[in-house]
Design a protein around this ligand. Structure first.
Ligand code: KG4
Ligand code: ZN
Length: 330
């Protein structure tokens, strides 16, 4: 059985994981830099890169120890090669290259977005291509028809902010702290989603895309007005995001996309009310709904190892000269 070592270091999580080609997660280790960046209210790229350097090698050793393996037992090295903060991406990719070179193993350079996009097939081995994927993370908000490894049709993207970015900015405006998504979800649970009138940008329009900048500005005005409780703003904001995501996804499902399932992935997919709303939408269309477990939605190395497994099985390996790419659309 082919064993893949995956490395992730594109943002503020350092991670190493071992996955087998039949989808068993043999080990997964992760070190989050949340505490390091919290005083700054966001990720500081230079600090992140240094923290990845310190954390990565011990995580790889720990993952190998968890699986009772040595580097000799690994068949393929998969590392995130972008998109992301370039200093961090370089740490993981160069480490992957060095291991591949030293051990004489093939290297697979993984697009971080492809890691998210294929992670639902690691969570549910029955999920078949093509599926409709709502990819919602800190940097991206896209609808993709996933046809196979390296084979994607982008049906929609955001014309301004990503959904996770909107959560993070709202958390900042509300003084909830960092990282924002889970804190807004928690605050929203105690609030009234109809308390604050907020816009639903692009909802109901014929064009396929997302937009969240207007929503963010409206949240700012609501905060500044002093009229509303934090919980009510959080709940109303979250409901507006749900309405946008559901409307745009419904539009994509109604189009030409003949798909096996509706799938959600990326950090924002960890949000329970968002999962529930999308599950209902899938049921309306008689489609299975697949969402990876929460830990597999946010950044991790198991999804990178798995994307490496899928690409390797498809004959997609990379040369050691492959570059780190800060921008890299799927
Ligand atoms: O995929 P991810 O871990 O990193 C990127 O590739 O961007 O996504 C991180 C994003 C952040 O914006 C974070 O606030 C958001 O996902 N997020 C959430 C939740 N958990 C994480 N947003 C809403 N609700 C959550 N529970
Ligand atoms: Zn991510």
């Amino acid at each position: 059985m082919t064993i893949i070592l995956g490395l992730e270091s594109s943002c503020d999580e350092t991670a190493a994981a071992l996955v087998s080609a039949d989808g068993q997660i043999l080990a997964h280790r992760l070190a989050t830099q949340e505490e390091v960046h919290r005083p700054y209210g966001g990720v500081v790229p230079e600090i992140a890169a240094r923290a990845h350097v310190e954390a990565l090698s011990p995580l790889i050793e720990a993952a190998l120890a968890d699986a009772k393996m040595s580097l000799n037992d690994v068949d393929v090295i998969a590392a995130t090669a972008g998109p992301g903060l370039i200093g961090g991406v370089m740490v993981g990719l160069v480490t992957g290259k060095a291991l591949a070179h030293a051990a004489g193993k093939p290297l697979v350079a993984v697009n971080h977005l492809e890691g998210h996009a294929l992670s639902p097939r690691l969570a549910d081995r029955t999920l078949q291509f093509p599926y409709l994927l709502l990819l919602v993370s800190g940097g991206h908000c896209q609808l993709l028809k996933v046809k196979g490894p390296g084979d994607y049709a982008r049906l929609a993207t955001t014309i301004d902010d990503a959904a996770g970015e909107a959560f993070d900015k709202t958390a900042k405006l509300l003084g909830l702290g960092y990282p924002g998504g889970p804190l807004v979800e928690k605050a929203a649970a105690g609030g009234n989603p109809n308390a604050v009138p907020l816009p639903r940008p692009l909802v109901g329009t014929a064009e396929p895309h997302f937009s969240f900048a207007g929503l963010k500005s409206a949240v700012m005005r609501a905060v500044q007005s002093g009229h509303y409780a934090t919980e009510d703003i959080a709940a109303s904001f979250q409901q507006a995001v749900i309405d946008c995501l559901v409307d745009r996804t419904r539009r994509a499902l109604g189009g030409s996309a003949s798909v096996t399932a509706l799938v959600v992935a990326g950090g924002v997919a960890a949000n329970q009310p968002i999962r529930t709303a999308l599950e209902r939408l899938a049921a309306d269309h008689d489609l299975p709904f697949v969402a990876p477990p929460l830990w597999l939605c946010t950044d991790n190395a198991a999804m990178i190892a798995w994307a490496g497994a899928e690409r390797y099985a498809a004959g997609l390996v990379d040369d050691l000269s492959v570059p780190a790419r800060p921008r890299w659309p799927l």
